[in-house]
Design a binder for this molecule. Structure first.
Ligand code: SF4
Length: 351
């Protein structure tokens, strides 16, 4: 027997065509999308404005693949990390990060990751598969619910900084942003969304060509090719020069300032010489810099930089008129901090 398709994989036109073929009004397609996108139902039974025969027809032809919260941990600092189980048993993680003036969802774009960054727990897992647009979108839906349930504050920001490299899952990432920003979906502003990349120059250029409206962050971590190759093997084929060119192109096309993420590691990239290289790299790219405190991972070789060195590093950049924020890490006790996702979850994820 033919396998039933996941109804979420159908475009609006495909849904309309299905209804027309079965002598149903094509506006049903929009109703279905509303049930799936806005109300996030998990069965056809719940689509109560459809007749029973119509629900049975859908049930005959389609399934609804859903994402469920398999585990939830709450940190002392109120960060909430969720393990999301996908329909095929794979698990990805997402985090709700409450701070003084924002509620941020950090979400995943792939199961595992192929880029093997040396400081990252996910980088120690193999890439299993890309997430589809719904699987990305539904992480936001679930985290949005948590923001209200736990803190009664609406979700304000979304960062694609969880597991995976979003630009290696380009089309699904773009489609998920469309769902999040669409009035049919969550209606959030693209200016509240940041997609973070380890640095795929060709795809950064494509973002510029597509004139996306969301923010772009680059996980930089070293403004020196030798050092960056050491911790991020993707740099061997996407050098700093290629990235700088792609980022300038992105800025020219979108007029959106780039965010550079810079995890600061003890005795690796924490000197004033490193700060100088960073200042030179940033000089011709409209940007801001987030200096991020490192969270050691199991089996990792890096340590957290001393606070005085971090402060001196930031001051050096500020003196050169660069915009700098220091990000103290959140959710450390539950491995929800930057680079820690999947730290205790290898078995579940690499199933
Ligand atoms: S830092 Fe991002 S790109 Fe690098 S291995 Fe981890 S998840 Fe992949």
């Amino acid at each position: 027997m033919e396998q039933k398709r996941d109804i979420k994989q159908l475009s609006l036109d495909e849904l309309k065509a299905f209804f027309e073929k079965h002598n149903e009004k094509s506006f049903r397609a929009k109703q279905i999308r509303e049930w799936l996108w806005k109300k996030n139902v998990k069965s056809f039974e719940e689509m109560t404005n459809l007749s029973k025969p119509l629900r049975s027809l859908l049930d005959e032809h389609f399934v609804i693949h859903t994402l469920t919260v398999a585990d939830k941990q709450i940190s002392k600092d109120k960060t909430i990390k969720s393990a999301f189980k996908l329909y095929d048993g794979n698990v990805v993680e997402g985090v709700l990060i409450p701070s003084k003036n924002r509620m941020t969802a950090c979400i995943s774009s792939q199961v595992g990751c192929s880029l093997t960054c040396k400081f990252c727990a996910t980088g120690q897992l193999k890439r299993v598969r890309n997430l589809n647009p719904y699987e990305i979108y539904e992480q936001v839906v679930e985290i949005k619910k948590q923001a209200i349930e736990h803190y009664n504050i609406p979700l304000s920001n979304i960062v694609y900084m969880g597991m995976g490299e979003p630009l290696l899952n380009y089309n699904n990432t773009i489609e998920s942003v469309e769902m999040i920003t669409s009035e049919e979906g969550l209606g959030m502003s693209p200016k509240r969304i940041t997609v973070s990349t380890a640095g795929i120059a060709k795809m950064i250029t494509k973002l510029g060509d597509d004139q996306v409206k969301f923010n772009l962050a680059l996980s930089l971590h070293a403004a020196n090719d030798k050092k960056r190759n050491e911790i991020m093997p993707i740099n061997e084929t996407n050098s700093l020069e290629a990235l700088a060119e792609a980022l300038k192109y992105f800025y020219d096309k979108t007029k959106t300032r780039i965010t550079f993420e810079y995890i600061i590691f003890k005795d690796f990239n924490d000197t004033l010489m490193d700060a100088q290289e960073l200042a030179i790299f940033c000089k011709h790219i409209p940007c801001k810099i987030n200096i991020i405190e490192y969270n050691p991972i199991d089996g990792g070789k890096f340590q957290q930089a001393d606070r005085e060195k971090v402060d001196a590093f930031a001051q050096y950049l500020e003196k050169r008129k660069l915009i700098v924020n220091i990000r103290r890490s959140r959710g450390k006790d539950i491995d929800a901090a930057c680079g820690q996702l999947a730290n205790k979850n290898k078995v579940a994820i690499s199933a």
